[in-house]
Design a protein around this ligand. Structure first.
Ligand code: DUT
Ligand code: MG
Length: 144
């Protein structure tokens, strides 16, 4: 599937890193490195603008390596890019570690998954179909 893109970044277009990757790694597009102190959050630009077809969204997700090694994650994960959004794709990073982390220009900071979604119509009702689970949740089935 082809997606229209404007690349105003200093970097090449995001790529799938392996043959069957779901996510395209997004690179920070920075004039200078950005440091996130412990528990600090910052919006990082990618310089990318896309036009998704109707019925598709782009999800902005953390990279597990950065999360595991540095406590760096996407605060609003998964970020949602709507099909009618025409602004720059940005990544809201948060540093959940005790150490500062510096993001360098061009660093792969997050990944973007393009996904199909539905838009629904409400069917207002007085009751819902019975199920075995009923209202049980939040650990109702136990641990083991
Ligand atoms: O990680 C993200 C999340 C969102 N966006 C852009 C695309 C999305 O279509 C728009 C709005 O996002 P969202 O609906 O999550 O934010 P909101 O706080 O509800 O803002 P709005 O009132 O503009 O919808 O911001 C990004 O670039 N990166
Ligand atoms: Mg919104």
């Amino acid at each position: 599937m082809k997606i229209k893109v404007i690349n105003r970044s200093q970097h090449s277009l995001p790529e799938y890193q392996t043959a069957l990757s779901a996510g395209l790694d997004l690179r920070a597009n920075l004039e200078e490195p950005v440091t996130l102190g412990s528990l600090e959050r910052k919006l990082i630009g990618t310089g990318l603008f896309i036009e998704l077809p109707e019925g598709y969204e782009a999800q902005i997700r953390p990279r597990s390596g950065l999360a595991f090694k540095y406590g760096l994650t996407v605060l609003n994960s998964p970020g949602t890019v709507d099909a009618d959004y025409r602004g720059e794709i940005k990544v809201l990073l948060v540093n959940l570690s005790t150490q500062a982390f510096t993001v360098e220009n061009g660093e792969r900071i997050a990944q973007m998954v393009i996904a199909k979604h539905e838009q629904i119509e409400w069917l207002p009702s007085e009751s819902l179909t019975d199920t075995e689970r009923g209202a049980g949740g939040y650990g109702s089935t136990g641990k083991k």
